[in-house]
Design a protein around this ligand. Structure first.
Ligand code: NAD
Length: 489
């Protein structure tokens, strides 16, 4: 793109006229990352947000979910304290206190983000933005007043909302989506989690650890679709051991709220033609994916194409079909991950700054699921690599023999490496690193670097791991794949 054109426009916040180089619609991870990056590079940025900056990730997603999962981890630690000779009395969870702590974490992060935006001289406009022809963004404030702001570049980053399923109208009491679960003031005694993806499994893990009887109802043959089968198997085994009932291949038909107002009965069948089953639970958590929030975002005549699922269509540089309009984050059909939104924001802002950035390589972004045990991966699974036409060699090593894992008392887990098979049968380039186990979300870094650096197994096997550490399992597996394993053959 050429030099940035400056346009003088009246803004919603000030009566005097202000000039913006870029208007961003949506202040979630995609939008605020674009605003911070642009602001730091000297662009004059307007950020339109209808709620609070931070978006789903900070207020209704990643941060609150992981905070509650940490509560579950503390619960487990206290429960297991006797094993370390530490006397404790576990009297249950005061979920109101739990929620208070969660709110404090969010508030601190929110204040920090507001401060950063201010420091980067980003002008935040409160209201709902919609794109009009001519790169004009109409901003409707909560009081109904409307103003317009325009710039040579517009970035659409309006995010996503939970998907629901017919027959399960969300009432916030019995039928919940992630939005409502994260704000529960007390825990239900039992819950059916519909959908065993990342969100469903994280909630199942968290609720079960805090004493809720959980059943997962997943339509596909396995939970955690897309994750390597050997890694999923670790989670399934652990969930089963902790009493989480995982039902796969199910078709959920509907539910009947109890006449006395306590809970509901979910109807489902386990296979086509199988007799219908009924499960009484206090709460139903619908976690069947998220849909892009493109409702009323783009007025007719803007030239921005939206597909039939509601995703804004973009090319690999996040450019929409309208010149000077980009779209990023959950609004586009790329992995729905906050850090993917960050990466896409940088790709867009670099173009606006006249640079030539590389597009995001979605096949090798990091994925982390914060269940117990955690899941983390990057690059191809074994099945994925074979489907993509690679001849592969793999190696897996469990955490059970690792000293640090024994010390912390968390030995469930596995590291699995997937490498390209060379002509002589030896492993060449690393294609994927898939892990389940203690703190693997924090251990993925070196696997992520290796896969994205297109390093070979031989190259990575030269690196030394600290002892004793959980990351030794990664190093040992790599050595073994290179044919030089110490503890693993
Ligand atoms: P998902 O698409 O990952 O999983 C939804 C699951 O629901 C799938 O397994 C699907 O087969 C199942 N499903 C769909 N309809 C169903 C039905 N009618 N009955 C039973 N099962 C059904 O979606 P999600 O877990 O809701 O997550 C939404 C988005 O948020 C995803 O993009 C995800 O990557 C992202 N996210 C990521 C993380 C993480 O990486 N830690 C955490 C939370 C959310």
């Amino acid at each position: 793109m050429g030099a940035v054109r400056k346009v003088v426009v009246p803004t919603a916040q000030t009566s005097q006229e202000q000039v913006f180089d870029v208007v961003i619609v949506g202040g979630g991870p995609g939008g605020y990352a674009a605003a911070l990056y642009g602001g730091r590079k000297g662009l004059r940025v307007a950020l339109v947000e209808k709620d609070k900056v931070g978006g789903t990730c900070l207020h209704r997603g990643c941060i609150p979910a992981k905070e509650l999962l940490e509560t579950a981890a503390v619960y487990r630690a206290v429960k297991g304290a006797k094993e370390f000779g530490i006397g404790t009395e576990l009297t249950g969870v005061d979920f109101a206190v739990t929620q208070n702590r969660k709110r404090k974490v969010i508030d601190t992060q929110h204040r920090g983000l507001q401060g950063l935006l201010k420091k980067c001289k980003v002008t935040t406009l409160a209201g709902t933005g919609s794109l009009q022809p001519g790169r004009v963004v109409r901003v409707q404030a909560a009081d109904g007043s409307v103003s317009e702001v325009s710039a040579p570049a517009v970035v659409l980053a309006a995010g996503s909302v939970p998907r629901t399923i017919p027959g399960f109208e969300v009432d916030g009491r019995v039928v919940l989506t992630s939005d409502e679960v994260l704000d529960l003031e007390e825990l239900p005694a039992s819950a059916a989690v519909i959908g065993g993806g990342a969100i469903g499994c994280e909630f199942a893990s968290m609720l079960s650890d805090m004493g809720v009887k959980v059943t997962i109802l997943e339509a596909l043959p396995s939970i955690l679709p897309g994750v390597d089968k050997d890694v999923t198997a670790v989670v399934v085994k652990s969930f089963n051991k902790r009493g989480i009932d995982i039902r796969t291949g199910v078709r959920v038909q509907g539910h009947q709220p109890a006449a006395d107002g306590h809970g509901t009965s979910v109807r489902f069948s386990s296979a086509p033609g199988a007799p219908e089953e009924s499960l009484h639970v206090d709460a139903v958590v619908v976690s069947v994916g998220r849909r892009p929030f493109s409702d009323n975002l783009v007025a007719p005549g803007c030239g921005v194409e939206v597909d039939d699922r509601g995703f804004v269509k973009v090319d690999e540089y996040m450019q929409t079909s309208a010149q000077g309009v980009w779209a990023i984050g959950d609004l586009v059909a790329t992995p729905g991950l906050a850090h993917v939104g960050f990466a896409e924001a940088i790709v867009v802002m670099d173009q606006i700054l006249g640079q030539s950035p590389l597009p995001v390589d979605y096949s090798r972004v990091p994925w982390c699921v914060y269940t117990f045990p955690e899941v983390a991966f990057t690059g191809y699974s074994e099945e994925g690599a074979r489907e993509a036409g690679y001849d592969v060699v793999t190696k897996k090593d469990p955490f059970v023999g690792n000293g640090r894992a024994a010390i912390i008392g968390e030995t469930e887990g596995v590291v699995k490496l997937i490498a390209e098979k060379q002509a002589d049968g030896s492993p060449g380039r690393l294609l994927g690193v898939h892990m389940a186990g203690p703190w693997v979300t924090e251990q993925l870094g070196q696997g992520y670097l290796a896969v994205n650096w297109e390093a070979t197994v031989e190259e990575v096997a030269h690196f030394v791991q600290p002892h004793p550490s959980l990351s030794e399992v990664f190093g040992e597996t790599m050595l073994a794949l290179a044919g030089r394993g110490l503890h693993v053959g």
